[in-house]
Design a protein around this ligand. Structure first.
Ligand SMILES: [Zn+2]
Length: 438
């Protein structure tokens, strides 16, 4: 049996690990500086400042820096430019390029904080703030990992790239999606991508479930509320649809199982959420104190969020919703509906035999003294663009943050986790480059 615990640390890694330990304060300060730039998306504030912070630092470490604005993308504007930064450093001779990609946007702070969300306060071995876990702490850890290799003067083939990209929280089209379209993840340039999203420090995240958002609108005919039989009420039509989904589809979705190791375990099945519903008259303004008027609703709109498994066919996922709508139509006179796609991404799952996964498995075993866990994310992240647009399959998420804390008040990252995961990232990349064997 393989005795992982007693596995000696190869000499080159010992030097890198010691260097990472010595860079602890620097890593904390870097994370704090990143968190103190409130890159809240939407609307996408201060991307340029954050990209510059990353670019200026890495230029000083010997990287070539490129800034790419997402010209032509919907979210890119003069007021809120979508600035991405890509840093690249070449090694000696031919070899793979290992790319670390982090999104630099964060969600709004929201309520319920007991610390300043933009203060990046250090307390009890943790850094608190919006974006510490998701994912500026992961970004800082990946920067330190590569900087430590460079600082030790170790020779390596190929190249390293580090990117900070926009808009992941709102779909990533002006960030990784844009860079993928422009060839930044092409096969001749990048061979492996690690995304330090918060998926827990001893887990390798192979991919994510599929997603389909759609708007269902039921249509009616307006009439006076005192004579509803003269109109057709779209809200009642929507009610009939929802009732069928409750009776038929929800129990059916619960029976579908998957080989995808999704975490949290509750997401290890097919799910459906109704994100919103609006029917009839608009809600009056808060200042309005009068009564509403009596009208039969002629429209009701519902946004559905369907998350599906790799075993499911996306065509069937849509078909089963349409089948329910058609069934309601057969049963109810005057029932009309429209359905419109809002967003869709297929599920993806990198093979556990991929060299990148193997390298991370080896590095996690080396650093933690126990085997890694392979997981799949319940929601999508930028891996979708890298695999869908750039067709680069050797891409996973691996980072130090704690998944459950993402987007929560009092979000934090554990400094020791960042150190350990920086070691994993450094060790895995040196293994991919053939410098060490794990
Ligand atoms: Zn994230």
């Amino acid at each position: 049996m393989d005795t992982i615990e007693s596995r000696p640390v190869p000499a080159q890694l010992r030097a890198i690990f010691a260097r990472i330990d010595a860079m602890r304060d620097d890593m904390v300060a870097l994370t704090q500086a990143l968190v103190r730039i409130p890159t809240v998306n939407p609307p996408g504030r201060f991307y340029e400042d954050c990209a510059k912070l990353i670019g200026d630092r890495l230029r000083g470490k010997g990287f070539g820096i490129e800034y790419v604005n997402a010209e032509g993308e919907k979210s890119h504007s003069t007021d809120y430019p979508r600035t991405n930064v890509i840093a690249r450093v070449e090694g000696q001779g031919a070899g793979p390029c290992v790319h670390f990609n982090s999104h630099i946007d964060v969600v709004e702070a929201g309520n319920g904080w007991t610390t300043d969300p933009w203060g990046a306060e250090v307390k009890d071995g943790r850094i608190y703030g919006r974006g510490t876990g998701d994912m500026k702490g992961g970004l800082a850890a990946s920067m330190i990992a590569v900087e430590a290799i460079l600082a030790e003067g170790l020779k390596f083939p190929g190249a390293f790239e580090i990117s900070g990209t926009a808009d992941e929280e709102s779909g990533g089209w002006a960030g990784v999606g844009y860079l993928a379209k422009k060839g930044y993840f092409s096969k001749d340039r990048v061979q492996h991508v690690i995304i330090p999203e918060p998926l827990n420090q001893d887990c390798v995240c192979l991919g994510h479930r599929g997603v389909w958002w759609a708007e269902v609108e039921t249509l009616g005919r307006v009439a006076h509320g005192s004579m509803p039989y003269l109109g057709v009420n779209a809200i009642r039509g929507m009610g009939a649809f929802i009732q069928k989904v409750e009776q038929k589809l929800y129990p059916e979705l619960d029976t579908r199982t998957t080989a995808m190791p999704v975490i949290p375990e509750g997401s290890r099945r097919s799910t459906l959420n109704f994100n919103s519903i609006h029917g009839g008259q608009m809600e009056p303004d808060k200042e309005y104190e009068g009564a509403p008027s009596p009208v039969v609703a002629d429209s009701c709109r519902l946004i559905l969020d369907r998350r599906y498994l790799i075993e499911e066919d996306p065509v069937d996922v849509k078909r089963e919703i349409v089948a329910i709508l058609d069934e309601v139509k057969r049963e109810r006179n005057d029932f009309q509906y429209k359905i419109r796609d809002l967003l869709e991404f297929a599920p993806n799952m990198t093979s556990s035999g991929d060299p990148l996964v193997k390298a991370l498995d080896g590095a996690i075993a080396q650093v933690f003294g126990k085997p890694s866990t392979h997981v799949v994310s319940p929601g999508t992240y930028d891996q979708k663009h890298i695999q869908r647009i750039a067709h680069l399959q050797s891409c996973v998420a691996y980072g130090p943050g704690i998944l459950d804390l993402a987007h929560q008040p009092d979000e934090y990252i554990v400094i020791d986790d960042m150190i350990r995961s920086a070691k994993v990232m450094a060790a895995a990349s040196m293994a991919l480059k053939g410098v060490v064997t794990l």
